[in-house]
Design a protein around this ligand. Structure first.
Ligand code: ZN
Ligand code: ZN
Length: 366
């Protein structure tokens, strides 16, 4: 079928809307009419590592248009959010950690279906699709049955879209990866959408001390209004010392969502003994981590890597939708709407840290 999609042809230039041909759904695939799509940090650096020309976008939400053979989870007309791809058959999927699927890297970044076949073209030219098994910067997406999750009728698409990656990652880091308990203390580095989702989740689980650290005072203010009990300007002197003072000697948990080597070091150092630090970013991609691991090793501390908040999307996304509908996850306060035709502007704003979860309300939703 013909679709309109934002095609990125160069890492140096914003995408342009073009008409493409989308493959028909095969067995266990679903075509979704995209109504809204989030912009996540990964969309911003993907042009540097993804085969171009390509259609990016991996936080799509919309209405099922048609389904391939064997699909039983959804049918045409269902309201869904699209999330990351997972194979369903590897040891990690079977153990209930599809976010760490052994095929995950290929499924999110391989530019094709799991079997290697391509899904988008323009005439005889292949366009790379299947980004996170969706490529949602388009009027229609081809998703796998495994990666679509139904959302409640009352959930607006604009709020549902970021549940597919950024919000799931931040909230899941707190609820699934760290399993933060009531009464605990947690420090969250980075008050972008992922960090703010962690702040809201920490409040939901009843953490007693929730400290947000960022360089942006406006974001720190927002973090406070969403549940942070303290906010620290990362440029201030002795950030670790201030965290120790606020937590009576050190935090039980730290979550790093700022993507800075310095904040990873601070996230480890600010922990009390046996504290746990979760990292959701890849700072300075590929460069060695030159800091000492001593603070980690002498204190019985742990470090873990967060992928998609260790979410089982079929369980966790409905839970997050319930939190939203109950007013506990006020995503509307984090996001800005743009028309789909204004995607270059939205990406530019996201680049300039106006909110990396800027939503795209599809201008062609009618
Ligand atoms: Zn798997
Ligand atoms: Zn993402």
């Amino acid at each position: 079928m013909q679709i309109s999609a934002a095609v990125t042809r160069s890492a140096a230039r914003p995408p342009v809307l073009e008409t493409l041909e989308l493959d028909d759904p095969r067995a266990h695939e679903v075509v979704v009419r995209v109504v809204a799509s989030g912009i996540c940090h990964t969309d911003l650096f993907a042009p540097l590592m993804y085969p171009l020309p390509a259609v990016l976008g991996h936080e799509g939400a919309g209405i099922v248009e048609r389904v391939g053979s064997g699909v039983s989870k959804v049918r045409a007309g269902d309201r869904v959010v699209m999330t990351f791809g997972s194979c369903g058959g590897c040891a990690l999927c079977l153990q209930g950690s599809p976010a760490y699927c052994e095929h995950g890297h290929h499924l999110q970044f391989g530019g094709s279906r799991d079997d290697g076949s391509k899904t988008l073209r323009q005439g005889s030219e292949a366009i790379t699709g299947s980004f996170f098994q969706q490529s949602s910067f388009a009027t229609y997406s081809l998703a796998t049955e495994r990666s679509v999750v139904k959302i409640p009728a009352a959930m607006p698409f604009e709020a549902a879209a970021p549940l597919g990656c950024g919000i799931q990652t931040g909230a899941g880091a707190v609820i699934n990866n760290l399993r933060v308990r009531a009464g605990a203390s947690i420090v969250i580095f980075g008050a972008g959408s992922v960090g703010l989702a962690a702040v809201m989740a920490a409040r939901i689980v009843g953490a007693n001390v929730i400290i947000a650290v960022d360089v942006n005072l406006e974001r720190l203010e927002l973090a406070r209004s969403l549940g942070a009990t303290a906010a620290i300007d990362a440029r201030a002197d002795d950030v670790v010392g201030r965290i120790r003072a606020l937590t009576g000697g050190g935090a039980m948990y730290a979550f790093e969502a700022a993507g800075q080597v310095e904040s990873i070091s601070a996230a480890i150092e600010c922990l009390r003994r046996k504290g746990v630090c979760a990292i959701a970013t890849v700072p300075k991609m590929g460069e060695p981590y030159a800091q000492t691991l001593l603070p980690l090793l002498v204190g019985g501390k742990s470090l873990l890597s967060v992928l998609e908040g260790d979410s089982v999307p079929d369980l966790f996304i409905p839970q997050l939708a319930d939190f939203y509908l109950a007013g506990q996850l006020p995503l509307d306060r984090l996001t800005t709407n743009y028309a789909f035709t204004d995607i270059a502007h939205a990406l530019d704003d996201a680049h300039h840290a106006q909110g990396d979860q800027a939503r795209l309300a599809d201008g062609l939703m009618h």
